[in-house]
Design a protein around this ligand. Structure first.
Ligand SMILES: [Zn+2]
Length: 448
């Protein structure tokens, strides 16, 4: 396999015309709707209730007639019938090769099943993404994350397809042996590191607590890193790249329910969507209407080709926007995820996310790794109210400097968003937590 090739699958990634892509999507969509109507009792029920006949869905525009499907509909079906797959298993049981479980961040977890063709399909998708950021066969690869997470079937398959030398580390918060990991990683010398954003930031923090700088991991200078499960801001990217002294960091938007990852190319203006494998929509979280390119809303996707538990108009709970102009890399559609739906808040007439102000909050040396909580005290606010936490705040800075920082951060935010901000600097331990994570948006309107 030539290592100069720019695409893993050039035909599908760059050579298709818009018309050819649309033909593929319409053909796959028709087949998928018929398939799920035939074999999934839940999808059949949903279509029947909405008076939609599968033959009425001829193209991606017709897909709007299919109701949006969210996790609670699946859970309801499971509690009524006892079916662990919530009425969406379409393949015979004996074809199932693997079962994964969703994270359950928005309630009870759901199970997802995979046939061997499904795993191959997801592997192909991840292989495209890895290849697009410069991961080459035989690279030493560090995969870090939690073992049960739904993204691993696809990643593990891609690792085999790309012939990577992989080493896997479970970043298990409950049994952190940070010294051991530091040794492992510096001995392994990976030139590709795939990590989960929160765990990687936490690992940075723990390294510092035991007096080790990230640079001391001695990663090769040509190493690349890919981070997933949170939007990577420009500031975070630059900071981590410098701290680790590596070549580059790319964001990947991963969806555990679909065992899939969308990758940024070197242009870094969003993660490319393989539209021959998915139909991707952005929908209004209130009305369910499909939104135009560029508008902020909920990612809702339909999987093509998946056999076991295919997802149709699946509301991901993730918010962001998509774009369809041609990218200099030759690919087209791309998305930027801004955060989960419960991270969204409104100020004046704008829908905002913590991502919108993260670089402004972290733009001072003392707040470089600060955590923060946006306080949402009314449905539509007039200004930002943000509690910014730093380690040992009272020892680390003087009262005077604290005031300077509060004013400075507010000024940076005003410059970027034209919205005033009220900043309160505090100790990191004073921020509200959910399990080990600082709550990004504290919604006081719900608690009232
Ligand atoms: Zn691109």
């Amino acid at each position: 396999m030539s290592e100069q090739r720019p695409y893993w699958n050039p035909q599908m990634e760059a050579w298709l015309t818009d018309k050819e892509l649309l033909e593929i999507q319409n053909r796959k969509l028709q087949a998928m709707i018929k398939y799920t109507y035939l074999y999934s009792p839940l999808y059949k029920q949903i279509l029947k209730d909405a008076n939609v006949n599968p033959i009425d869905i001829r193209n991606v525009d017709d897909l709007k007639k299919v109701p949006l499907i969210d996790k609670s509909m699946l859970r309801k079906y499971r509690s009524e019938t006892g079916d662990p797959f919530c009425g969406i298993l379409c393949s015979p049981q004996e074809y199932i090769k693997l079962i994964t479980v969703s994270t359950g961040t928005s309630g009870e977890s759901n199970f997802h099943a995979w046939t061997s063709d499904d795993i191959k399909l997801k592997g192909e998708g991840w292989a495209r993404g890895f290849w697009s950021i410069g991961v080459l066969p035989k690279m030493t690869t560090l995969l870090s994350g939690t073992a049960w997470h739904g993204i691993w079937p696809g990643i593990n398959k891609a690792v085999k397809m790309l012939n990577l030398k992989s080493n896997w580390i479970a970043f298990d918060i409950l049994s952190m042996k940070v010294q051991q990991w530091i040794k492992w990683i510096s001995n392994l010398q990976p030139n590709f590191w795939f990590g989960i954003m929160d765990f990687t930031v936490l690992f940075f923090e723990l390294m510092k607590q035991v007096g080790v700088e990230p640079k001391e991991l001695n990663l090769p200078e040509d190493a690349i890193m890919s981070l997933t499960s949170a939007a990577v801001s420009e500031g975070t990217r630059k900071f981590m790249q410098e701290e680790l002294n590596i070549k580059d960091i790319f964001e990947a938007y991963a969806m555990s329910d679909a065992s899939f990852g969308f990758f940024e190319c070197w242009q870094k203006e969003g993660c490319h969507i393989p539209e021959d494998l998915f139909y991707f929509e952005v929908t209004d979280p209130e009305t369910g209407e499909r939104l135009e390119a560029g508008e902020r809303g909920e990612f809702t996707y339909t999987e093509f080709d998946r056999q076991a538990t295919p997802l149709i108009r699946w509301m991901s709970d993730d918010m962001g926007h998509i774009h369809s102009e041609k990218c200099p890399c030759g690919r087209k559609h791309k998305l930027k995820c801004l955060g989960r739906e419960d991270f969204m808040f409104h100020i004046q007439n704008k829908a905002l996310f913590p991502y919108d102000v993260i670089d402004e909050i972290r733009s001072f040396p003392e707040t470089r790794t600060a955590e923060f909580t946006i306080i949402k005290d009314v449905k539509i606010m007039e200004k930002f109210k943000i509690h910014v936490g730093i380690q040992n705040m009272r020892k680390a800075i003087t009262e005077e400097r604290r005031k300077e920082l509060e004013i400075g951060i507010a000024e940076e935010i005003k410059k970027k968003t034209n919205i005033p901000a009220e900043i309160l600097l505090c100790d990191i331990g004073e921020l509200p937590l959910y399990l080990h994570k600082v709550i990004a948006v504290q919604d006081l309107t719900k608690e009232k």
